[in-house]
Design a protein around this ligand. Structure first.
Ligand code: A3P
Length: 302
């Protein structure tokens, strides 16, 4: 089953998930070939939910004894270069990419829902960190990303109303969003040592405690000495929206194809949806989300 995508390219339905057709082969290849190791850290998200931020944070936390903050690779490389996606980068053109020589812990990312992750990720001791975002902001962020990155020159972007309607039907890259969130939420409830479940809004509200939480989760807790030296604040500042957005590498440069690094840094706020969606649209998403999440224990402040 196929459906036109937001940028006029098709989405294909696989295991009840809408996947961008260009990623279908890389996803199947990574399912077949990726061998997770016990020390790996896998960052998983819906697009536009805080992936870039989580990559910068996790990379900085895990490598804080390798690079000083002032010489962080984040100053010269986009977070997506330092923490590559399985489907957009690593398995994009190759069946057996060289992953042995990457320093440990290796950090990878993917937008794949929990149920289609390569088996080795679910079965090994590796850790999964999931970040999600309230669906209204995620939708608005994705819509703008799509407008900025018309991948084919003649691709005609769909109108906001039309895209919004698809979104409410669950038709969006890696959607439906509520299935994506529930998949990781249930995995987290089953094994909290395996899956850390984060929300973008919570990180915005209190970044320090989340930096500590991530560090503990991946087995690199901060020592009292590091805390006294202000290490947590330094990482928080390095990875902040303002800092990353204004770095030369993120102002220029490309992620893949014609997708600009700068398009990963738009506003970085909570609640920007009010500037783009009507109260009726918001109500529709709130009701849908409440129904879908009923009984799960998962809630969003919207
Ligand atoms: P907005 O479009 O609402 O500004 P992803 O990284 O998953 O693609 O998500 C992109 C969203 O995260 C964008 O949201 C972007 O501005 C925001 N973002 C990127 N880096 C961030 C950071 N360091 N801190 C907070 N938000 C950030």
């Amino acid at each position: 089953e196929q459906h036109k995508s937001w940028d006029s390219r098709p989405l294909v339905r696989y295991e009840r998930i809408w996947l961008p057709v260009m990623l279908f082969r890389p996803i199947l290849t990574s399912q077949k070939h990726f061998k997770a190791e016990g020390t790996d850290i896998i960052l998983t998200t819906m697009p536009k939910s805080g992936t870039t931020w989580l990559k910068a944070l996790t990379f900085s936390i895990a490598n804080r004894n390798v690079f000083s903050i002032h010489q962080s690779p984040l100053l010269s490389y986009n977070p997506h270069t330092l923490v590559p996606f399985l489907e957009y980068t690593i398995y994009r053109d190759q069946d057996n990419p060289e992953l042995e020589n990457i320093p440990r812990p290796r950090i990878f990312s993917t937008h794949m829902p929990f149920k289609i992750l390569p088996d080795s990720i679910r079965e090994s001791e590796c850790r999964i960190i999931y970040i999600c975002r309230n669906p209204l902001d995620q939708f608005v962020s994705h819509y703008h990303f799509m407008l900025q990155n018309k991948i084919e020159k003649d691709a005609i972007p769909l109108e906001l109303d039309e895209v919004f309607d698809m979104f409410c039907q669950g038709i969006q890259p890696f959607g439906p969003f509520w299935d994506h969130m529930l998949g990781y939420w249930n995995a987290h409830l089953k094994n909290p040592q395996k899956v850390l479940f984060l929300k973008y809004e919570d990180l915005k509200q209190d970044i320090s405690s989340h930096i500590k939480k991530i560090a503990e989760f991946i087995g690199f807790p901060f020592s009292a000495e590091e805390e006294n030296q202000g290490m947590i604040e330094q990482i928080s500042r390095l990875c902040s929206f303002e800092n990353l957005k204004n770095l030369e590498v993120n102002k220029s440069g490309y992620f893949i194809g014609s997708i600009k690094n700068s398009s990963f840094f738009r506003k970085g706020e909570v609640g920007d949806w009010v500037n783009h969606l009507t109260p009726a649209m918001a109500e529709r998403v709130k009701n849908l989300t409440e129904t879908k999440f009923q009984g799960s224990g998962l809630v969003f402040k919207m």
